[in-house]
Design a protein. Sequence first.
Length: 287
Amino acid sequence: MPTAIAVTGADLVLPPTDPQTPPAAVLPGPETRPLDAAVAELRALTERHGHAIVVCPEWAPPATARRLHAVRSLLESDRIAIVRTALPPLGTAVLVRQLRQLSVCEFSPGVLATAARLLAHYVYAGAVLGSVARLDHVPVGLGSHLKGWLPGAHFAVLAGPEPRLVRLGSGGSGAGPAETLPGPAFTTDLVLARGQLTTDWPTADLAPAWRVRAVQEAALPESSPRWWGTGKLVEFAAYLPDLPVLHQLVSSVRRETCHWCRMELIGDRCGFCAAPLPTADPAPATR
């Protein structure tokens, strides 16, 4: 069985891109599931799959993260990784789907858990917003917040990997040649999720500028209006769609062994026990 990929909300599960992509397990929040039921659910998941990687966004309610850590402690299990990400909701859903794709490959659970940080750098996540007055997750200037109250103003916002905000024309038309969102330098697909904003800017302007290969539409994640500060939005995310490319990207990174739990990892921190790689001792001074 492949390593289980779990999420903290059903809105973070996108449809699979191919028949081989396994589903994600949805772990209900503490407000809907008692602690003993949550323990039994995660125990069954790890017994069935061997290991479980739970993607918990950094913007999830604090009670959700506390519940996950409590369950892992009660199980006394070293087979559960809790992966945090700062990506917005649709970008998080894309990352979860990529982990689901990779879970059927030969990667060990430790490599898979730590691949999330690497893959997040290749997700270009943003939105077209009707207002930025309540946008808290992306740094914008006071002037943009004030302009966000103007009627008819639309903004294109990139949350990552490089935060950027540009004001579009009335009705969401182009921002002009001097104002663009920095796009990926590699082939991507684009997924859109429409809220209560009518604009064709993502398909008419952004997709050609970023030279995306294909555009798909998905349901707007339930958490998106809260994350972006408005329900008047169209959320988008450009991403690496092909499994061979994802596989090559993860395979190209040097693997290490965690000195604490002995899990494999890529990067500088274990995905299961969170122990950092020990720093190399400085060379002794020579006389």
